[in-house]
Design a protein. Structure first.
Ligand SMILES: NC(=O)C1=CN([C@@H]2O[C@H](COP(=O)(O)OP(=O)(O)OC[C@H]3O[C@@H](n4cnc5c(N)ncnc54)[C@H](OP(=O)(O)O)[C@@H]3O)[C@@H](O)[C@H]2O)C=CC1
Ligand SMILES: O=C(O)C1=N[C@H](C(=O)O)C[C@H](O)C1
Length: 251
């Protein structure tokens, strides 16, 4: 049995994850973590699910699934690692430095974990294909589209895609003139963020070559698409011996 704690259980992703975990025969939701929650927020959950509101409450679980905010996620991951709970961080927006610090803490604690920019298979494949395309088309731009409630920009997926493109391309790209209208500069990859009601989560990568264009696009229509990846990560995270980045590490 895999004992799971979910942080951010009242949010859109947290609620979907609570339902999904509770439907698995090999998983048990032992607790939810939210410093702002009260027992009144627990009405939908069975009596044997604990509410953890402070770090001293945190006791025993195998896996910590985090869908919170960028302000909370780093602290939550530290807490999980300190208590020997494998972290699966779905929350976006951790800086490369924060990710490296957490990786170092996991090494010290001899604990595996995952930081997952996107649990959806279409986005995981988009990142893989973008990495491959960047070897042949060094000139690339990322456009991500999300629902209007998303507070962070660019998305975690777009940042990860830009890092992977930069790592993969060997030739220097054409120099880009940077001004506000050219998007954020992530590893010399321009990244553009669109926020509109009606959207959920979508990403395009445009590669330009001499007289040709390649466009790779993925569309997330429903949050259920993330749940297969969440379950896969929950089942496999204990097999990792460090804090890895990307769902592909357990595919
Ligand atoms: N990796 C992936 O595939 C995906 C990642 N995400 C990411 O997941 C995160 C959450 O998204 P979403 O569910 O849409 O956002 P929501 O705003 O719906 O939910 C966030 C929740 O986090 C809670 N929260 C805030 N601070 C803490 C804390 N310190 N400890 C525990 N809970 C806390 C909030 O509760 P309160 O009201 O009390 O503040 C809220 O319920 C975002 O970063 C998003 O980008 C989203 C989709 C897929
Ligand atoms: O906030 C969201 O909705 C999403 N966040 C993640 C991100 O920032 O990349 C994953 C997905 O795009 C949905």
């Amino acid at each position: 049995m895999i004992n799971v704690v979910i942080a951010g259980f009242r949010g859109a992703m947290g609620q979907a994850t609570v339902q999904t975990v509770r439907n698995q025969a090999d998983m048990k939701l032992v607790a939810v973590f939210d410093p702002h929650a009260t027992t009144a927020d627990m009405t939908q959950l069975p009596d044997d699910v604990a509410l953890w509101t402070t770090d001293v409450d945190v006791t025993a679980a195998d896996v910590w699934i985090d869908f919170t905010t960028v302000e909370a996620a780093y602290h939550n991951a530290v807490l999980a690692i300190q208590h020997g709970i494998h972290p699966i961080i779905g929350t976006s927006g951790l800086t490369p430095q924060q990710q490296q610090e957490l990786q170092q803490q996991a090494v010290t604690a001899h604990l595996g974990g995952l930081i997952v920019p996107n649990f959806g298979l279409s986005a995981v494949l988009l990142m893989k294909f973008a990495q491959e395309a960047a070897q042949y088309f060094p000139d690339a731009e990322v456009i991500e589209y999300h629902h209007g409630d998303k507070p962070d920009a660019p998305s975690g997926t777009a940042s990860a895609t830009a890092h992977l493109i930069a790592k993969s391309r060997q030739n220097a790209p054409q120099p880009t003139v940077h001004n506000e209208a050219r998007g954020a500069d992530i590893d010399d990859v321009p990244v553009h963020a669109v926020r509109l009601p009606g959207l959920l989560a979508h990403e395009e990568v445009l590669f330009g070559g001499s007289g040709e264009l390649l466009t790779i696009r993925q569309d997330t229509m429903d949050r259920s698409s993330f749940m297969t990846g969440v379950l896969l990560a929950t089942r496999k995270v204990a097999t990792l011996n460090e804090l890895q980045i990307g769902l592909d590490k357990v595919l």
